[in-house]
Design a protein around this ligand. Structure first.
Ligand SMILES: Nc1ncnc2c1ncn2[C@@H]1O[C@H](COP(=O)(O)OP(=O)(O)O)[C@@H](O)[C@H]1O
Ligand SMILES: [Mg+2]
Length: 440
C-alpha cells in the first residue's frame, strides 16, 4: 500500500491498525496537506448491500460538524478497498496520554468537557458513536480533544450481523452491557457508559473490569457489579464513586441522560474546575508530535512520490514545566514567566550555535530541529551537545532562582532522529527510528 495512490491520496506510511481498518498517513497534492486515510478491511463490509449502507451512513456521519469532532474530508465506499479520509492529527491519542502519565484532575476535566460537548452534539443529531475508547480520542498539540471514528462501528458492520445474533462491534473494555448483549437499538446511553469507563480509568489508573481474556471482560461488564473506585484510588471521595457508579449502571435508564451531565457532576464531586491551560497535557502531546515527526519506524516508503524529499532530521524536545512549577512556589507569576522566557531565549541561542533551530514553543515546552534546511551527519551529536548545554543552563538558572541545585533537575528532554519525509512545503514528516530517550 505504501507508495501507492488511493484516489488522489498518496499513501506515505502506516500509522496504526485497528480491528476493522488500517490507518495510513497520506499526502493530498491538491490541498498540499497530510491527511489520515482509513482503509476498511474488505471483510467488514460484506456484499453490495453492505457497501451501499457504508456509503449512506458515511454521508450521514460526514454531516456532523463540531469543534471537538475529528473532521471527515472524504470517503469512497465504492472503491475497493473502501476508505475514509480524515484530518491528520499528530498529537497522539488519549490512550497514549494515559499510558505516559496520570493527568491532574483539572486537566482531565478540561478534556472531558470537550469530549462530552462533542458527544452530546452528535447524540442530538441522532448519531451514536458505539466505539468510544481512549484510542478514538485524538489530541492536538494544544491539548484539545477530537473524537474520531464516530459511528464507524455501525458503518462498517455488515448487514448480516445486524439481523443475526452477534451484532457485537466495539471494544470489549468500553462496551455497555446492552451493546455487549447485541441489543439492536443501542442508543446514546451506551456512549455515556463508555465515557464512564474512560473516566474510571483516568481516575483509578485501571479499568473497572480489567481481565486477560476479552470475553471475560465483556461478561464482567454485563454481569458484575462495578467495583468501588476507592479500592483502586483511596484518595477519591464517596461522591466521586457515586458519579462513576451512576455512569456505569447496568440498566441504561439509571445512567446520566447526557455526557455533559456526567462530566459536570464529576467536576462537582472532585471539587475541581477544568484547567484553563492544560500544561501537562500540552507537554505530553508535543512530545508525541515530536516523536511522530521523526520516529515512525519500519514503514519507510518503498516508492516515493515526486513531491517527497527524504532527509535526515533530528528533533530535540525540551520541557521545563517542572522548573516553572518550582519557581511558582516562591515567585510572582510574571517573574516566573520572564525567567522561563530567558531560559528559552538561551535554549534558542544554544540550538543555533549547534546548527539547530527553534521550531515551535508553547509556554514551557518546545521543539528544536536539526537538518531542516540541510542535513549533516553530525546533527544528532550536535543536538545531544546542545541538550547538555541546556541542562547546564537550567542548572544555572536553578541556582540563581532557587538558591540551590536540585537533586533531580526539573525538566524533561527527548531526542529523536531518523530519515524524515518532507513535502514541497517541508512540513516535517517522517519515518525513522527513535535514537535516544530521555536526557537529564
Ligand atoms: N486522524 C488520525 N490522525 C492520526 N492518527 C490517527 C488518526 N486516526 C487514527 N489514528 C491512529 O491510528 C490508530 C488505529 O486507528 P483505528 O484503526 O481507528 O483503531 P483504534 O481506534 O482501535 O486504535 C489509532 O490508534 C491512532 O493512533
Ligand atoms: Mg479508531
Amino acid at each position: 500500500m505504501i507508495g501507492t495512490k488511493l484516489g488522489p491520496y498518496e499513501i506515505t506510511e502506516e500509522i496504526g491498525k485497528g480491528g476493522m481498518a488500517t490507518v495510513y498517513r497520506a499526502y493530498q497534492p491538491s490541498m498540499d496537506r497530510h491527511v489520515a486515510v482509513k482503509v476498511i478491511h474488505a471483510s467488514m463490509l460484506g456484499d453490495e448491500v453492505g457497501r451501499d449502507r457504508f456509503q449512506r451512513e458515511a454521508k450521514l456521519i460526514a454531516k456532523l460538524e463540531h469543534p471537538h469532532l475529528l473532521p471527515i474530508y472524504d470517503f469512497d465506499g465504492a472503491h475497493d478497498p473502501p476508505y475514509i479520509v480524515m484530518r491528520f492529527l499528530e498529537g497522539g491519542t488519549l490512550k497514549q496520554v494515559m499510558e505516559a502519565d496520570r493527568l491532574p484532575a483539572e486537566e482531565m476535566l478540561y478534556l472531558l468537557h470537550q469530549v462530552a460537548s462533542a458527544l452530546d452534539y452528535a447524540h442530538r443529531q441522532g448519531v451514536v458513536h458505539r466505539d468510544l475508547k481512549p484510542s478514538n480520542i485524538m489530541i492536538d498539540k494544544e491539548g484539545n480533544a477530537f473524537i474520531a471514528d464516530f459511528g464507524i462501528a455501525r458503518v462498517s458492520d455488515a448487514p448480516k450481523d445486524l439481523t443475526g445474533t452477534g451484532n457485537v462491534i466495539g471494544t470489549p473494555g468500553y462496551m455497555a452491557p446492552e451493546q455487549a448483549r447485541g441489543k439492536v437499538d443501542v442508543d446514546s446511553r451506551a456512549d455515556v457508559y463508555s465515557l464512564g469507563v474512560i473516566i474510571y480509568e483516568l481516575l483509578a489508573g485501571q479499568g473497572p473490569f480489567d481481565r486477560e481474556n476479552p470475553l471475560e471482560e465483556l461478561m464482567a461488564h454485563v454481569q458484575e457489579p462495578v467495583p468501588d473506585i476507592r479500592e483502586a484510588n483511596p484518595e477519591l471521595s464517596a461522591n466521586v464513586n457515586q458519579v462513576v457508579q451512576k455512569s456505569l449502571a447496568k440498566d441504561r435508564e439509571e445512567r446520566y441522560a447526557t455526557s455533559g451531565e456526567l462530566v459536570s457532576n464529576l467536576g462537582k464531586a472532585l471539587k475541581k474546575q477544568a484547567s484553563s491551560a492544560p500544561s501537562q497535557l500540552r507537554s505530553l502531546t508535543q512530545s508525541f508530535a515530536a516523536e511522530q515527526l521523526v520516529a515512525l519506524e519500519e514503514h519507510a516508503p518503498e516508492a516515493k512520490t515526486p513531491s517527497d524529499i527524504q532527509r535526515q532530521m533530528t528533533a530535540l524536545h525540551m520541557d521545563v514545566t517542572d522548573f516553572a512549577e518550582l519557581l511558582y512556589e516562591t515567585e510572582e507569576a510574571d517573574r516566573v514567566q520572564r525567567a522561563i522566557d530567558r531560559l528559552w531565549h538561551a535554549f534558542q541561542g544554544i540550538a543555533e550555535e549547534h546548527g539547530g533551530a527553534l521550531e515551535s514553543r508553547t509556554g514551557e515546552a518546545g521543539l528544536m530541529l536539526w537538518g531542516r534546511e540541510e542535513a549533516h551527519e553530525s546533527d544528532p551529536e550536535q543536538a545531544i551537545r546542545a541538550a547538555l548545554r541546556m541542562k547546564a543552563a537550567i542548572e544555572q538558572a536553578s541556582v540563581a532562582q532557587l538558591g540551590a541545585t536540585q537533586a533531580e533537575l526539573p525538566f524533561k528532554a527527548g531526542i529523536t532522529t531518523g530519515p524524515v519525509l518532507l513535502t514541497r512545503e517541508q512540513s516535517g514528516d517522517s519515518s525513522g527510528r527513535p535514537m535516544t530517550g530521555r536526557v537529564g
